[in-house]
Design a protein around this ligand. Structure first.
Ligand SMILES: O=c1ccn([C@H]2C[C@H](O)[C@@H](CO)O2)c(=O)[nH]1
Ligand SMILES: [Zn+2]
Length: 130
């Protein structure tokens, strides 16, 4: 799958978002090392802090299905500008895929690409506990 195709999968998730509070849909598509793609959307809650981001929705879907290593993530928000993964999502992704490629898209379907290590320098991961 091309990078652009993964970005387009993230776009398809915007309509699934449950966002009555922020009205800010986010979509994500996370590719496992075996090529399986796990999609996600943000799921908000009346207790605002219980909200789950699109990236973590995709991640927990994958891990709960037995997938623990990943190659690429695409993320898009319903805004003109890039939708950067929040700190909590960077941290949770780092646990499983510190070398993840992160494709961050904007509404015109263009995207920029970073590694997770760039987005979370000197990250705290499983090796940090050794
Ligand atoms: O990378 C991001 C940033 C924000 N959100 C969600 C959380 C909340 O539902 C809404 C506004 O913060 O956007 C994500 O899903 N992913
Ligand atoms: Zn997040």
């Amino acid at each position: 799958m091309t990078d652009q195709a993964l970005v387009e999968l993230a776009f398809t998730m915007l309509e699934k978002s449950y966002v009555p509070y922020s009205r800010f849909p986010v979509g994500a598509a996370l590719e496992g090392t075996d090529g399986t793609v796990y999609t996600g959307c943000n799921v908000e809650n009346a207790a605002y802090g219980s909200t789950l981001c699109a990236e973590r929705t995709a991640l927990v879907k994958a891990v709960s299905e037995g997938c623990r290593s990943f190659t690429r993530l695409a993320v898009v928000g319903n805004s003109a500008d890039y939708c950067w993964p929040c700190g909590a999502c960077r941290q949770m992704l780092y646990e499983f895929a510190p070398d993840l490629e992160v494709l961050v898209a904007r509404q015109d379907h263009t995207f920029v690409k970073y590694t997770l290590r760039q987005l979370l320098p000197q990250g705290f991961g499983p090796d940090s506990l050794a």
